[in-house]
Write a new protein. Structure first.
Length: 293
């Protein structure tokens, strides 16, 4: 398997000041990955602005400095886990705050184009299935690209949950296929399966604003929480707390995209699309996983 460094060495021409800048950044990331250096730190180290370094590195390497850091971190995490190191110890060894952050890094995602969203699922084939989970019956929806929907329902409410989810993409075609969705359910709800060599692919289908909010949710470590206002600030829309709350409420991939980790301004749990009792259960379950790790 080609390592990120090997790919870069093969694809770029080793001459000129740009190469020297990229080389120094690669070296710093490779040596200091445990410190998880930020873009600003990397830029200052080579005398570039953060924006300038982002553009230069991406043009030469085909991925951002952050993307390269994640690739290096994952390479080391895979090696440690393959050697039998427990998840918590592996997380700290590669410079992460704990197993929740390591898990989040192993959830890969992509967003469908605005055109795909505006078509309301036209031409999209979605398979779905119902499965037991720690939080009641889970309804999973998948496309050829990965997990697109995760909802929950109580006894006797399966149809209601399906209609709620299907209304988001009314022009898609739906087929019940529990055999296809079962492996996803097994991966999602079993912490022993949260491994770097099996990244869970998630497909985000929403407006540009919604996707930005959902991506911010993915950055919240397990057993931690953020307020709507802090999420709004993170995406560069500090006055849009109410719109952020609406986007969080519309999150189609609950639990995996952890909207349950979002709180009101005072720290109150506030509403949750699938019920406050279930939100409390998720937060308690995650706290238990963290203490047991």
């Amino acid at each position: 398997m080609n390592t990120p460094t090997a790919i870069l060495e093969r694809d770029i021409t080793p001459t000129g000041p740009d190469y020297e800048t990229v080389r120094r950044v690669i070296e710093k990331i490779s040596l200091d990955y445990r410190d998880q250096p930020a873009l600003e730190e990397l830029a200052a180290d080579v005398g570039e602005t953060p924006t300038g370094l982002q553009k230069l590195f991406t043009r030469w390497a085909g991925l951002s400095p952050k993307g390269f850091l994640q690739a290096v971190t994952l390479d080391h995490a895979r090696r440690l886990l393959d050697e039998g190191l427990p998840l918590l110890e592996a997380a700290f060894e590669v410079g992460m705050s704990g197993p929740g952050r390591l898990h989040d890094l192993f959830v890969t995602h992509e967003a469908m184009s605005p055109g795909d969203y505006k078509s309301r699922g036209q031409g999209l084939a979605i398979r779905y299935g119902y499965h037991p989970s720690p939080f009641g019956t889970a309804l999973l929806m998948i496309t050829g690209r990965g997990l697109a929907g995760l909802a929950f329902c109580d006894a006797g409410a399966k149809r209601e949950a399906f209609e709620d989810m299907a209304s988001r993409w009314p022009n898609a075609s739906y087929a019940e296929d529990s055999a296809a969705t079962a492996p996803y359910a097994a991966r999602i709800f079993d912490p022993a399966r949260w491994r770097p060599d099996e990244p869970l692919r998630v497909v985000l289908i929403g407006t540009d604003f919604q996707v930005r909010v959902w991506e911010a949710l993915l950055k919240i470590p397990m057993n931690q929480a953020r307020t709507y206002s802090s999420i709004a600030a993170e995406i560069g829309r500090p006055a849009a707390s109410r719109a952020v709350g609406a986007a969080i409420g519309a999150n189609p991939v609950s639990f995996v995209v952890p909207c349950h980790r979002a709180l009101g301004k005072t720290g109150a749990l506030t509403g949750y699309h699938w019920g406050l009792t279930r939100k409390r259960a998720m937060l308690g379950w995650e706290a238990g996983q963290a203490s047991a790790a």
